[in-house]
Write a protein that binds this ligand. Structure first.
Ligand SMILES: Cc1ncc(C[n+]2csc(CCOP(=O)(O)OP(=O)(O)O)c2C)c(N)n1
Length: 203
């Protein structure tokens, strides 16, 4: 169960929070047409239900692509802040992207990791984060110095505000529960892409 973990994330005394609640708090801080890339499944389901914006991109189908897409967007549009939302299982599949982010070091990129310790959407199988892997330590080791666990909702909001306001790249990890996402993203990849391109002013 996501709430009873003794693994690496649990060692940080980080409170187990709720992904939809945190997603709404995050979206509430967006005031400058920031781009937000939601990873496969629950990350983008909760983003969708937090209020659709043309600057949101909802990744369907492939794990681990929210951060690479956000990195490309941040490099292409350095004046716009870009946020990636990704589940722990998806990030574990694509750890190399953290090293690339650290080397490229875009100041306008914030990564948020929802760590529930499970592959929730495919049945709740445990990830390595439920046992031994610590994604904040991994991110720091990759070279993203501004990487931190959010201890509670208040610290999550403060860390996110700092990340938007100061130079990145930053990574914020939050332990989240295993409550199902509140909705489902419309599965229309062409429309998602077209809307995002218009939202970013490139179409
Ligand atoms: C490359 C790839 N491998 C496997 C899958 C099947 N799959 C889809 S979502 C998912 C689990 C995602 O876990 P996580 O990112 O931790 O998010 P959660 O479901 O826990 O919110 C899996 C295994 C996939 N879509 N793509």
């Amino acid at each position: 169960m996501a709430g009873n973990r003794t693994g690496a994330a649990g060692a940080h005394n980080a409170k187990v929070m709720n992904r939809f609640d945190l997603t709404r708090r995050l979206v509430g801080q967006l005031k400058r047409d920031e781009a937000v890339i939601g990873g496969i499944g629950n990350a983008n389901f909760d983003l969708w239900e937090s209020g659709q914006r043309p600057q949101n991109f909802y990744m369907l189908g492939s794990m681990g692509l929210a951060i690479p897409i956000a990195l490309g967007t941040a490099i292409a549009q350095p004046k716009r802040h870009v946020v990636a939302l990704e589940g722990d299982g998806s990030l574990l599949m694509q750890l190399g992207c953290l090293a690339t982010v650290a080397v490229q070091a875009p100041r306008n990129l914030t990564i948020v990791v929802w760590d529930n310790g499970i592959y929730q959407i495919t049945g709740g199988q445990q990830t390595a984060c439920a046992a031994t892997a610590d994604l904040v330590a991994i991110a720091r080791g990759a070279g993203i110095a501004r990487s931190a666990w959010a201890a509670d909702e208040g610290e999550f909001e403060r860390l996110f505000a700092e990340a938007l306001g100061e130079g990145g790249p930053s990574l914020i990890a939050a332990r989240v529960d295993d409550k199902p996402a509140v909705g489902t993203t419309e599965r229309d990849p062409v429309q998602i892409r077209e809307r995002f391109m218009r939202g970013l002013g490139v179409k």
